[in-house]
Design a protein around this ligand. Structure first.
Ligand code: SAM
Length: 191
């Protein structure tokens, strides 16, 4: 089953019910891009992160699900946005392009996580920053989400903050961990 093909029509409503917007807002409060900065939203889905971005940022939203992208494109945006249907492990984007990359609540849905982080490092500008918002697999909430997603055929590739820090370090980014809640954390990786 293609999970996001099935979930796309319900996604925005479901995320509203669980208060996903609050987490995205907290994530963006840590980033504060300047006018003209280029930001990649990988696994951007229906584009919910864009609700919390200033208008003068140049956004590229990449997602592997055409159904999620269709919904992202329907929304009116104050930012200049480019939409691309692609996988994170094979980005059709040039080297050293982005000031910021955000992967919000998406990495655990990816199958080739190592290759994806390598691609993100490649397209990040020197001095640029990668932000990954993920669920900590040690908590009860994440165990529940992981079980439900596995049943739906998703990879449920949940990394602990320590495991993700180790991975991004091996790939050549400098990690820092910041907690948002008991279950959610943000990894910041600097190039
Ligand atoms: C839970 S949604 C998160 C969407 C958005 N970031 C948000 O916070 O609302 C996960 C998204 O990751 C996308 N996705 C899954 N695997 C992917 C991959 N390998 N490359 C790019 N996007 C992927 C899915 O299509 C889906 O839109």
């Amino acid at each position: 089953m293609d999970f996001f093909k099935w979930a796309a029509p319900f996604y925005d409503l479901a995320m509203k019910v669980v208060g996903h917007g609050g987490s995205l807002k907290q994530l963006m409060e840590r980033i504060e891009p300047a006018a003209g900065d280029k930001l990649l939203d990988l696994g951007g889905g229906t584009g919910q992160l864009l609700d919390y971005l200033p208008e003068n940022v140049k956004v590229t939203l990449v997602d592997s699900s055409e159904e999620m992208l269709v919904r992202a494109k329907r929304k009116e945006r104050k930012q200049k946005v480019k939409y691309i249907n692609a996988r994170g492990d094979n980005l059709p984007l040039p080297d050293d392009t982005f000031d910021y990359i955000v992967v919000a609540d998406a990495l655990h849905h990816f199958t080739k996580v190592d290759e994806t982080i390598r691609e993100l490092k490649r397209v990040l500008k020197p001095g640029g920053k990668l932000y990954i918002m993920e669920f900590d697999p040690e908590t009860l909430l994440t165990r529940f989400i992981s079980g439900a997603e596995s049943l739906a055929g998703e990879p449920a590739n949940f990394y602990s903050p320590e495991e993700l820090s180790k991975l991004v370090t091996e790939i050549g980014l400098k990690p820092e961990i910041d907690g948002i809640s008991k279950s959610l954390y943000i990894l910041q990786g600097s190039k």
